[in-house]
Design a protein around this ligand. Sequence first.
Ligand SMILES: [Zn+2]
Length: 239
Amino acid sequence: MGLREKLALLIELQKMESAAGRITARKKDLPVQLGELETKFMGFSAVVETQREQLEDLRKRRKEKDNQLRLGQETLKRTRERLLEVKTNKEYQSILKEIETLETKNSHMEDEIISLLEELDVFEKGVKTKEADLDVQRRRYEEDKAKMEEELNSIAKELDLCARKGGEIREKIPADMLRKYEQIKSATRGVAVVSVWKEVCGGCHMSIPPQLYNELQKSQVLITCPNCSRIIYWENRNG
Ligand SMILES: [Zn+2]
């Protein structure tokens, strides 16, 4: 196997490893995203739930007021009937006064009920809108969640595949070359093999000496960049 073929294997291995790196990052990121989605949805859900409870309270208050008004009207009716049985003028005047007080009280209660009904109307519409929103958000949340869970499943398979392919490539690469590759990879914390075109290193973007560039084009010995120490190869971009 010539140097070109060995370099090609290294490049393939590097591609496989960087793909695995991207997939691993995604694997870590997905559960975080999923958690954020859940928190957001739960938060909105709780807001709607609180408004539902407030609406129930308003409805209860309305029922109570209705009952109070009915009692007030019954009392008023009974008091008016008492007028028919009075014997003295004084008593008559006193009941009239009582009736007036009851009428005022009832009328206040009616006003309160009217404004309560208006409030209830606005509130009911608000809750209805929020519930429709919640339905949309729930659907979207469940869809996104399902997609992410599906992706997490397929990621596990992709990682397995990368590891297997990477292992197969490694077996074909000579041990000393592989060792050098690993050393450079851990030193640069990234790419170990880079292309050079027009005397410029694709890793550090510095120029390499013309003589070295000539040697590189011949592809007979493994050459590293004098500046960044990465393994370099000549890439003919003229196709
Ligand atoms: Zn370099």
